[in-house]
Design a protein around this ligand. Structure first.
Ligand code: ATP
Ligand code: MG
Length: 213
């Protein structure tokens, strides 16, 4: 029974290698040094497909991959349809934050009921956050380099992932609000979980036993 696991390059792949190892799965190649999008493993029945981080839920939703690993940020934006999310893997940890230009009085703007322009790659998370606060916002969808937006007047604030804060500091931005903690989760195609239970359950168990503290 073939098992296909969707992963993204970079931190998720790197941090997933030990989890795969716990399940007895060793990738035949590193995606960073290979141009292959389908990577075999020591296990003849298990293959990895390398996709954009934000595409992982889509591959799993439609059953093109049985399993995948995706950030909570990506899963919220996707909506989770067709996905079973049995396990928080506690990897690729960071925080979703609101950040503004140094010197911008965010609290005053909020207090005064100003309509804020928010640049983000995460419109769902941003919309929900400001709706809860009762703040009116115009969401400007970006695909990267969010930090630039407040500096050039595209936005009053950004909603973005922060880990060390180094990128914010380098661009003279400050985090003013913590929205949610982010980590990556295992996602499973709902139909595959039933049809391929015998192949999937041992992988789930091995991952669960290897989740970092
Ligand atoms: P791309 O870089 O191709 O535009 P991406 O930014 O979504 O896509 P990654 O940078 O590999 O891809 O991030 C993958 C996941 O890792 C994110 O969805 C998020 O959950 C998490 N992540 C992102 N940035 C950080 C960070 N600085 N520290 C820890 N985890 C992070
Ligand atoms: Mg990135």
């Amino acid at each position: 029974m073939k098992l296909t696991i969707a992963l993204s390059k970079g931190r998720i792949f790197e941090e997933t290698v030990p989890l795969l190892a716990a399940a007895g799965i060793e990738p035949a190649e590193k995606p960073e040094s290979s141009r292959k999008l389908i990577i075999g493993t020591n296990h003849p029945e298990v293959q990895l497909v390398i996709v954009r981080a934000s595409d992982v839920p889509t591959y799993v939703q439609y059953g093109a991959a049985d399993l995948g690993i995706a950030g909570r940020d990506v899963l919220i934006e996707h909506g989770g349809a067709g996905l079973y999310q049995p396990l928080d893997l506690n990897i690729a940890k960071c925080r979703m934050m609101v950040a503004v230009k140094e010197g911008y009085d965010y609290d005053a703007a909020v207090r005064q009921g100003a309509r804020l322009k928010i640049a983000t790659k995460y419109p769902q998370i941003a919309r929900e956050h400001f709706a809860k606060k009762g703040v009116h916002v115009d969401i400007i969808k970006l695909y990267g380099s969010m930090e630039l937006a407040p500096l050039v007047g595209l936005a009053d604030a950004i909603v973005d992932l922060v880990s060390t804060g180094g990128t914010l500091r380098a661009n003279k931005l400050v985090a003013v609000e913590h929205i949610i903690d982010i980590s990556s989760r295992l996602v499973v195609n709902q139909a595959a979980l039933k049809l391929k239970y015998d192949a999937i359950q041992p992988v789930l168990d091995a991952f669960a036993g290897a989740v970092p503290a």
